[in-house]
Design a protein around this ligand. Structure first.
Ligand code: DAH
Length: 345
């Protein structure tokens, strides 16, 4: 009996010191100390031991149990320590691993377009001015030299409110408000929402946005207008872009012009891949904005002396510019709020 206990003890301690991992360790422990373990079985054999020998054997069994339990703890510590060392040696935190993407919003393409446009004019010293979207007839039309019977004043085109006010049809009334507030010189841009009673289609929407520009000083010429617009166009569309001013008409400018830029899709050639360029329809030019020299009647309306100052103005549609820019063929996409569209920017 004694030898048997001694043997169990020695073999268990030896086996524990060889155990490679925690589950092997536990298997050995159960094999010795468990309900069906070898030491437990030996303990059961106590009934065959003579009464004189029993205390001694009992003590041996207890000692063996303590020794095995101690060996379990010792080897557990050894295994854990080794495992940690191995992890430290082989596992690396890869600090170059890209982080998980945090979903965040982005700027709307119209906002981005406007930001770029205004940044270019700010470089030239233009300051940002705001005006109300609900306007008087006088600011929107009268002061801008629209005759009383001008078609733009028609119910068909303008959204009138019941109290005699209207939703501004363009950003030009901001010119009027700024000149009323400030003595010349003036150098401003006025971005904002504008409204027209248009039926919705691929190029029309009843709410759209414009950027107005106005520069007033002594001796401002058409050449200055051309230079400012050329700088803008080349910053925005690239240095190879050509411009041309085409005679046009607006009540508030004289002379008036439309600014065309060489088509960015075909570089002004009118053809692409041997076919008629779909962007400019083969003309090589794209109409970009309206502009002109401020009409003396507008200066008179705001109390400026047309003998003393001259100026130029321009106005452009932001949706139109963004549509060119991003090759978007339907204005409605900007307002639908469809994330599949917006995520592309
Ligand atoms: N207000 C014009 C429109 O909505 C655009 C425009 C044309 C503005 C010529 C100007 C300008 O300041 O000089 O169509």
């Amino acid at each position: 009996m004694r030898e048997q206990i001694e043997q169990i003890r020695q073999e268990a301690v030896a086996a524990l010191s060889q155990a490679a991992d925690l589950s092997a360790l536990d298997a050995i422990r159960v094999g010795v100390l468990g309900k069906k373990g070898s030491l437990t079985a030996a303990l059961r054999g106590m009934k065959d031991v003579s009464p004189e020998e029993r205390p001694l054997i009992g003590q041996l069994v207890n000692e063996a149990k303590d020794a095995v339990e101690q060996a379990v703890e010792l080897n557990k510590a050894r295994i854990v320590r080794r495992q940690r060392e191995r992890e430290a040696a082989t596992e690396r935190v890869d600090v170059s691993l890209p982080g998980r993407k945090i979903a965040r919003g982005s700027l709307h393409p119209l906002t981005e377009t406007l930001d770029e446009i205004s940044a270019i004019f700010e470089k030239m010293g233009f300051v940002w001015e705001d005006g109300p979207e609900v306007e008087t007839d006088w600011h929107n039309f009268g002061a801008l030299n629209f005759p009383p019977d001008h078609p733009a004043r028609d119910e068909q085109d303008t959204l009138f409110l019941e109290n005699g006010l209207l939703l501004r049809t363009h950003t030009s009334p901001v010119q009027v408000r700024v000149m009323q507030r400030h003595r010349p010189p003036v150098r401003m841009i006025a971005p904002g929402w504008t409204y027209r009673k248009d039926a919705i289609d691929a190029t029309h929407y009843p709410m759209f946005s414009q950027v107005e520009g106005l520069l007033v000083d002594k001796n401002v010429t058409l050449g200055d207008l051309r230079g400012v617009l050329k700088f803008f166009v080349r910053e925005f569309y690239g240095p190879q872009t050509e411009i041309r001013l085409r005679p046009s008409f607006f009540p508030f400018t004289e002379p008036s012009a439309e600014l065309d830029i060489s088509c960015f899709a075909c570089r002004g050639t009118g053809s692409r891949d041997g076919k008629v360029c779909p962007v400019c329809k083969g003309t090589g030019w794209k109409e970009l904005l309206g502009a002109g020299m401020v009409d003396p009647a507008v200066f008179q309306a705001v109390g400026y002396d047309p003998e003393e100052v001259t100026g130029f103005a321009f106005g452009m549609g932001i949706e139109r510019i963004a549509m060119f820019r991003y090759a978007v063929d339907d204005i409605r996409l900007f307002f639908d709020g469809d994330l599949r569209f917006l995520r592309q920017f």
